[in-house]
Design a protein around this ligand. Structure first.
Ligand SMILES: [Zn+2]
Length: 103
C-alpha cells in the first residue's frame, strides 16, 4: 500500500509531469514524504537505473492516456511507481498494482 499526501499531488499536478518520490517503508506501507521534481521527456523519463539513495523509493509521472506497456516494464524497477491520468492515480509496487491512499 502506498500513502502520499494530497498536498504533494496537487503540487505535482500544478507544475510537473514527472518527479522522484522520496520516502520510506514502514511495515506494509510505502510512505511518500517529498517529491524531487525533474524535467524529463515523457516516454523516456524513467528508463533509468534507480539511484542508489535509500530515500528515493520511486517515481510519479502523468500522461493523458492509460498506462502503456512501457510502464508495465519500467514499473518493475521501482519500489513505488505512480501514474497520474487525469484525476485517476494508479500505483504499482515492483510492477504489481497497489492501492494508493491520499493523506
Ligand atoms: Zn507512463
Amino acid at each position: 500500500m502506498i500513502l502520499i499526501p494530497k498536498v504533494l499531488l496537487d503540487l505535482f499536478d500544478d507544475h510537473y509531469e514527472c518527479a522522484f518520490l522520496l520516502g520510506k517503508r514502514v511495515r506494509e506501507y510505502w510512505i511518500v514524504d517529498a517529491l524531487a521534481f525533474v524535467h524529463a521527456e515523457i516516454g523516456k523519463s524513467f528508463r533509468c537505473i534507480p539511484p542508489l539513495r535509500h530515500d528515493v523509493i520511486g517515481v510519479i509521472h502523468s500522461h493523458p492516456e492509460e498506462h502503456s506497456g512501457l510502464d508495465k516494464e519500467a514499473s518493475k524497477a521501482w519500489s513505488v511507481y505512480l501514474i497520474k491520468t487525469g484525476r485517476a492515480l494508479r500505483g504499482f509496487e515492483q510492477g504489481m498494482p497497489s492501492e494508493v491512499i491520499l493523506l
